[in-house]
Write a protein that binds this ligand. Structure first.
Ligand code: NAI
Length: 252
């Protein structure tokens, strides 16, 4: 595929994992569209990538009409989308018994409904072209019961199932859909979500005994976007987690 002719849309792309992926894809020659609800972060992201191959837009992934308008604008004025990274997400560490319905609804709205809305709109556009790759960012908390993750884990578990359904339904259009499940990554989200005690608990359960840098997700995501390297991979959840999901009884 001629990377120069196509773009990858990265939601939540103005911070953390999304921003690192955007920089990495730009370096590889992709055109990138960074979309994020936070206007200040979008301004900073734009300043950090002074390239004709980058566009940075304010977008709330839960706003269906705005998502449709943005995709129309991107494809008409910039480049057709060959890839999507659904990275926008929110999370709080709250015990199940203290989780109120408003938090559950809001978390599902951004992490699950937002992922659905952007993926469906993007896939509708990819369908006629016969190719495309979608990467949904889930979490190890969508695969295991982790403390304080009633709302967040439920939303990310939903993303896993959504990924599998999309993969089997979109295969006939040449569209691949996979998920990446990060373990603990040092990002602004995690500095808000992991108190010092929680950090110690995570480190005790990660065989590599460390948090990762956001850039350590980029290689896996880039590989999944590239048909030449991962063309027969679809419907998978790939953990980038320092061994967390493989673990049971591990060394202290
Ligand atoms: P981050 O907070 O640095 O970045 C998330 C971005 O999403 C922010 O820029 C935020 O403004 C944006 N966002 C939030 N709501 C949005 C909306 N409605 N529309 C558009 N953008 C919105 O967080 P991080 O850590 O980079 O997270 C990226 C993804 O990775 C999230 O889906 C998160 O759940 C997931 N993840 C992160 C892990 C970690 O340890 N950092 C572990 C597992 C999953």
């Amino acid at each position: 595929m001629d990377f120069n002719a196509y773009a990858v849309l990265i939601t939540g792309g103005a911070s953390g994992i999304g921003l690192a992926v955007a920089h990495s894809l730009l370096e590889e020659g992709w055109k990138v569209v960074v979309a994020d609800v936070d206007a200040n972060s979008i301004d900073a992201a734009r300043a950090s990538m002074p390239s004709d191959h980058a566009r940075c837009v304010v977008l709330d992934v839960t706003d269906e009409a705005a998502v449709a308008d943005t995709l129309e604008h991107v494809e008409r004025h910039f480049a057709p989308l060959a890839g999507l990274v659904n990275c926008a997400g929110i999370g709080r560490d709250v015990p199940f018994l203290d989780t109120d319905v408003a938090l559950l609804r809001r978390t599902l709205e951004v992490n699950l409904v937002g992922t659905f809305v952007v993926a469906r709109e993007t896939a509708r556009r990819m369908r006629g072209r016969g190719h495309g790759a979608i990467v949904n960012i889930t979490s190890v908390s969508g695969l295991r019961g982790n403390l304080g993750r009633a709302a967040y884990g439920a939303s990310k578990g939903g993303v896993v199932t959504l990924t599998q359904v999309m993969a089997i339904e979109l295969a006939e259009y040449g569209i691949r859909v996979n998920a990446v499940a990060p373990g603990p990554i040092d990002t602004p989200l995690v500095s808000r979500m992991h108190a010092p005690e929680a950090r110690q608990r995570w480190l005790a359960h990660v065989p590599q005994k460390r948090y990762a840098e956001p850039s350590e997700l980029s290689g896996t995501i880039s590989w999944l976007l590239d048909d030449r390297r991962s063309g027969y991979v679809t419907g998978q959840v790939i953990c980038v987690d320092g061994g967390f999901i493989a673990g049971g009884l591990i060394r202290a």
